[in-house]
Design a protein around this ligand. Sequence first.
Ligand code: ZN
Length: 268
Amino acid sequence: MAPIEEHGLSLPLATDLIEGEHWSKDVMLKLEEREGYNCFYLPSFPIAAASVSEFYGCIHFSMSTTYAVARELLDNLIHMGFMNIVIIASHADPVHQIAVEKAIRRVNKHYGIRAISPLGAFFSLEELGIKHLSPKMILEMAKKYPNDFHAGWIETSSMIAMNEKLVREGYREIPRTFISGREIISKKKQLAAMGEYGHLGNPAVADKVLGELLNQDIAEFITEAVKSFVKRENYKIYMHHFLYRIPFLHLGFIRKTKWRKTGKKVSK
Ligand SMILES: [Zn+2]
């Protein structure tokens, strides 16, 4: 589950979906080859929540809609008899992670443990204290160009490695934009940092080798999480984004009884 969403000047609107599909298929191969699992692939659902949507190309849904879709989707799969369901929520925004995780929590409470969404944990490795050693080259880049939140070197590299043709030339000329990890929760500050570009980070330093490492790294992480989950051993650490605990981020679940125009303005 990921959105159709603007990704700066060089990446496609479907970036998050393409990434999620690529990682899912890679993880399935690894699990089938290494563990002998029998995996089934479900096409992606372009439904996701986000905190910033004031850009052309962004099609986002509320947290409550995202929650409802995830819950009903899981309900269908559980009734078919699936015991281990993995949702790849390939969109890092905490509000999306929380909406999907909340649906999983609800379903697991009702039916017994059936599902997991491990990407929230991947986006909170440090905060959750998860032991996961990323390749040195990635760690060095993350130190040099931190806070690469959206359509920066991370996503641009990842996309170049998946399919170069999907990345528009000229990404090396796009200026860096910056926002701190703390400011990212503020919609206003996010929009100010994105300016007219729509990215948060540094796409100009993207590179194919880096992208291959990034895609492998995330696939290895998901593979480990799924293995733990299937065995029901030490899997709880993979259940939630570190911000899940913050009540204020759950306000988006309150259903608005009356439909209102969002009144949102989109930037040029
Ligand atoms: Zn993205």
